[in-house]
Design a protein around this ligand. Structure first.
Ligand SMILES: [Zn+2]
Length: 228
């Protein structure tokens, strides 16, 4: 498994009492996913700068804890594992197609390094599943699907109402509570039971629909080291 785990309960003492019902319960007995990633060392640098991206980093980038962030992170993590089984995730060598959800798209760009302006990130709601992620250098690609029955049906029935802004204030709170329980449950389960990862043989990356710019900070990623 790619991501290392940290018992969230160990962090609970730092949080003190989180009593507001709308707050995510960090004391829930689940694990916090982390991913080891590698990028280039500077604006024109070689590949080699390794970091750990935590689930908390995803929350900071995205803006809030939500079930979609959990779904995206765990699901994509399952596809990144076979792409980089014994190595950090190379964020200079991935491109990804994501469903348009704000949560899923933020996970996609954060964990893969894919960016629309460089032609390595696309969004599609006709996609079967959540993501298609592809390693650029060898074309190896995987589709990520959330298995049927994992996500509570109430989320799917209440979400259109919330998007239409017709859900009552109390209805919004109920939806938040349902999503929180779902996200916590997902974090507590084996992601292999929640997601189906399928390799796509001979996957062809779609043509970009907008201008594609050169990502100048990866051009020298394979440059040899200075001999002096
Ligand atoms: Zn979100």
């Amino acid at each position: 498994m790619k991501w290392m785990v940290v018992i969230a309960a160990a962090l609970a003492s730092c949080n003190g009492a989180m009593e507001h019902p709308s707050e995510h319960d960090a004391s829930a007995a689940h694990v916090e996913p982390q991913w080891r990633v590698v990028d280039t060392e500077f604006s024109k640098g070689r590949l080699g700068h390794e970091q750990t991206v935590t689930f908390q980093d995803l929350i900071t980038f995205h803006g809030h804890w939500c079930d979609g962030l959990v779904v995206g992170a765990l699901g994509l993590g399952e596809a990144l594992t076979p792409l980089f089984p014994n190595a950090p995730i190379d964020r200079t060598d991935l491109r990804i197609i994501s469903r348009s959800s704000p949560c899923l798209t933020d996970v996609a760009v954060m964990l893969t390094g894919g960016r629309a302006q460089f032609g390595t990130f696309q969004v599609s709601d006709t996609l079967a599943g959540l993501y298609i992620v592809q390693r650029i250098s060898d074309g190896k690609a995987y589709r990520v699907r959330l298995n049927p029955g994992i996500k509570p049906a109430a989320i799917d029935s209440l979400t259109p109402l919330a998007i239409a802004r017709t859900l009552s204030p109390c209805g919004l709170d109920s939806l938040q509570a349902i999503e929180q329980r779902f996200g916590d449950a997902l974090l507590a389960m084996d992601p292999k039971a929640a997601f189906t990862i399928s390799e796509l043989a001979d996957f062809h990356w779609p043509e970009a629909t907008g201008p594609v710019h050169t990502k100048t900070d990866i051009l020298n990623k394979l440059a040899p080291r200075c001999a002096h």
